[in-house]
Write a protein that binds this ligand. Structure first.
Ligand code: FNR
Length: 180
């Protein structure tokens, strides 16, 4: 059976490095694994008042896509030593209701990237903490961080082969957790 993964880029930027990484992985995955990118641009800022009587349509679509996915791949930039507000906002929407959310029990791979040599490691760590709070399962794998990312993206694709292979290995670890 095909494994269906949801990919979420933490950047809305047209030429986002993080979106480019996900697009590269999407093309390089094994034939029995599919990665669909979920757009965040239409999600409003989280406000509990908007959860009833019914969710805003883009939020409902987003949460249904997460619910239907076998696993999730996040690719985050680092903004001021944390993840982007865009991604945190999306995770906050997805995390409700706390004990029956689409994130609960879901296997999630975290990838971060940055032009800096730290590769967004602090955003990575912050996401791990946030995901623990949502009762999701962070994939057991050494952290996938892409450092110096601005020099590794060419024409919208990640061209550093060792980074690509390391990230594909992490996705293979995610898939192995889903198919024990
Ligand atoms: C940054 N950037 C950044 N990088 C980093 O390694 N650590 C940081 O704390 C920050 N902080 C930060 C704050 C703000 C407001 C901006 C705009 C940028 C640089 C950031 O990683 C870089 O712009 C990435 O390329 C953004 O990701 P996308 O849009 O290419 O996916």
């Amino acid at each position: 059976k095909k494994v269906r993964l949801a990919g979420i880029s933490g950047s809305l930027r047209r030429n986002s490095h993080n979106t480019a990484i996900l697009q590269t992985l999407q093309e390089r995955l094994a034939a029995d694994v599919a990665l669909s990118l979920l757009p965040l641009a239409e999600l409003p800022l989280y406000n509990p008042d908007l959860e009833s009587p019914e969710l805003p349509a883009p939020v409902a679509v987003f949460k249904q896509a997460l619910q239907a996915a076998d696993g999730i791949v996040l690719c985050s930039p680092e903004y001021n030593a944390g993840t982007s507000g865009v991604l945190k906002n999306a995770l906050d929407w997805a995390s409700r209701p706390a004990n029956a959310s689409p994130l609960k029990g879901k296997h999630v791979l975290i990838i971060s990237s940055s032009p800096a040599f730290t590769g967004g490691a602090r955003a990575h760590a912050q996401l791990r903490e946030t995901l623990a709070s949502t009762l999701s399962r962070v994939v057991v794998h050494p952290p996938v961080v892409v450092a110096g990312v601005h020099e590794k993206i060419k024409e919208g694709r990640l061209v550093d082969e060792s980074n690509v292979q390391f990230a594909l290995g992490a996705i293979a670890a995610l898939v192995a957790e889903l198919r024990p």
